[in-house]
Design a protein around this ligand. Sequence first.
Ligand code: NZQ
Ligand code: ZN
Length: 380
Amino acid sequence: MENFIFQNPTKLIFGKGMIAQLAKEIPAGKRVMVTFGGGSVKKNGVYDQVKKALAGFEVTEFWGIESNPKVETLREAIRLGKEKNIDFLLAVGGGSVIDGTKLISAGLLYEGDAWELVRKGMCTETVPLAAVLTIPATGSEMNNGAVISRKETAEKFAFYSNNPVFSILDPTVTFSLPKWQVACGIADTFVHVMEQYMTAPGQSRLMDRWAEGILLSLIEIAPEIVEKQDNYERMADFMLCATMGLNHFIGMGVREDWATHLIGHELTALHGLTHGATLTIVMPGLWRTLKEKKMAKLVQYGERVWGITAGTDGQRADEAIARTEAFFRSLGLPTRLADAQIGDDTIREIERRFNERNAAFGEDRDVTGTVARRILENCK
Ligand code: NZQ
Ligand code: ZN
């Protein structure tokens, strides 16, 4: 096990009716800006609950943070927040609204342009932020990451700031999610676990089993929740799986990969593909490409998660990859570039971008532009 420092400062407030807790959690006298996406919260009652809970506060609303939040939109929010002297932010929505609000929280205290913050990659001078989560997927509700896009240049980069001070997770608000978003949320959670798990065995028995516990839970509930979203117990499990998938609890002392995500971000930047659907295309291809290196962990995963016990290591690894791809397809998600009409020109462009940035991703920093091209060739 490697050395590590672990601290997760987010207070989790979980369960039915918990949005009402907002009034208690936000310090009195704060000038609050509440941020939203495109309006789903108006249809499912979340907006009304938030408005009621914030009745005693001076509130400014900012609407229109889109999926894969754009710096062009967030600049508007920062301008408005500065004008209103905002000193507390409440993100009400999915990963996109929370991520976008993380950039706003840094941008409010920054003189320059918000894109500079994104390219610096890190800014911990922020206005406090909290969240009401409406879609289980990213873990943004309990981590310090954000992924921000720039429309003008078709780019998408990760940026790190501070965790939300608290996040409210009421599983009933997920009942209105479309099937596609549930499927993408399951895939995103599954791949977050994999980015922290699928390296080499023997680093931590505990981390491995926590990770496998999340994977097994997802596989068990997935068929039910993609078909029917209003089962409280199932959605509660899904919500907690997603949060635990990327709040760094399963990453203590172990090496991490993240190359699937970094290639996936390029597919979103260039084609607008939903985040979860980029991952289901890239990860099986990455495993096919780096099978030799990841063999021992693929075998462990195959045995413990899919019950694969027969054959040579190579055959067992192939079977584990095939079972994973079949699982993604069973959720209605793409697993090949052709499923998303993505061709060779995109592969060439990603290789070019990675080379230009001197990319060296993955647990061994060996996923360069050339390796990314080989991975994408294996996603055809
Ligand atoms: O905008 P509205 O109208 O609210 O609709 C949203 C949006 O269209 C809708 N939705 C959300 N909750 C709903 C709902 N519809 C009905 N009922 C509800 N309860 O769902 C759509 C997708 O929302 P979005 O926030 O974009 O989804 P997600 O949470 O998957 O976030 C994706 C973004 O997060 C980034 C991704 O790259 C992407 O930009 N990620 C953030 C991470 C982090 N901060 O740690 C890590 C991840 O790997 C990921 O990269
Ligand atoms: Zn993700």
